[in-house]
Unconditional design. Structure first.
Length: 318
């Protein structure tokens, strides 16, 4: 059944998707009546000029992945504004809100397909949720679920509550996230004494590396944080925190693990600042990483997103 939605401009928009209708109803309840932009059914002004939102929907496909097309002409209408891309799909517990400004450089670095759309997917893994932008790479988006994320973007002052995090504090938060998810945590012995227990509930670190990676023990032992499946010792996720060290060195360690231990079925994540996202894309598309298919399993996470990811999981435990 088609549902009508009345916008600020008194334009009646007919939407056949019940999920999108319900989302728009909730958006209206929170921010007031919406203004539809241009001739699109997917672009809206929210909060009376506070932000612009671009809504995309996908069915949930095999292996828990989704497929979206982002029109170049629609993304251009987010430029210069507080823009958010919202991804919706079937059986979704919380909407996914991506701040456009954080990914504008990524879209600028690649060309859209012949139909004028950037092809994107969201992969829902047991360890992480990744946004994949064709020809650019994968980006962790676990911190961007939930209405509070949209509230934070619309009200920029709320972002000031995210602290400046040290290398050790990011390691601490990543270890705590893995613990909440039920994994054992590997952190290099030399880093354990610097972990900040004021941020998280204290967790135990694995006393030794898994047998699965013994052949490259010297490489594995330098990785900043690793999540290990309890009981079987399988590596499920690895993280390199790159403040000032070259992103390339972290990618090389991931590549060694990926190539030398084919039984490892893990996700790999570079954790760094927003200013290094473009560098991550350029480094990951080097021929050596393309040939090894590391790009298909490697994501990028910003420091504030690690903080927000942990906060969301910790709230759900309360």
């Amino acid at each position: 059944m088609k549902v009508r939605f009345l916008c600020e401009t008194d334009v009646r928009v007919t939407l056949a998707n019940p999920l999108k209708n319900a989302f728009l109803d909730e958006l209206t309840n929170r921010y007031g009546r919406l203004t539809k932009l241009s001739d699109s059914l997917s672009l809206f002004d929210i909060g009376r000029g506070a932000a612009r939102i671009y809504i995309r929907y996908s069915k949930l496909h095999k292996d828990r992945r989704t497929f979206f097309g982002l029109r170049r002409e629609d993304l251009r209408q987010l430029e210069g504004h507080t823009g958010i891309i919202c991804f919706l799909w079937e059986d979704q517990s919380e909407p996914l809100f991506i701040p456009f400004a954080e990914y504008e450089g990524v879209f600028d670095s690649v060309s859209p397909a012949r139909d004028g759309q950037y092809k994107t997917q969201v992969f829902m893994r047991e360890e992480t949720t990744d946004l994949y932008v064709a020809n650019a790479g994968r980006f962790n988006v676990d911190a961007h679920f939930g209405w509070e994320r949209l509230d934070a973007v619309v009200d920029r002052s709320r972002l000031a509550h995210v602290p400046q995090l040290s290398h050790a504090q990011v390691q601490t938060l990543l270890g705590a996230i893995g613990t909440i998810k039920g994994y054992e945590i590997w952190i290099p012995s030399s880093d354990k004494s610097a972990l900040d227990w004021s941020l998280v509930k204290k967790f135990e670190c694995a006393p030794k590396i898994p047998c699965q990676v013994r052949q490259i023990e010297n490489v594995f032992s330098e990785i900043d944080v690793v999540w290990i499946e309890r009981g079987v010792g399988h590596v499920r996720a690895a993280f390199e925190v790159e403040y000032s060290t070259p992103i390339y060195s972290g990618l090389l360690r991931f590549n060694d693990l990926h190539l030398m231990c084919p039984g490892v079925n893990a996700t790999y994540s570079i954790v760094s600042g927003a200013d290094r996202r473009g560098l991550f894309v350029r480094q990951l598309t080097r021929p050596t990483f393309t040939a090894s298919h590391l790009a298909e399993r490697c994501t990028f996470i910003e420091y504030p997103d690690v903080f927000a990811w942990h906060a969301r999981l910790a709230r759900n435990q309360e």
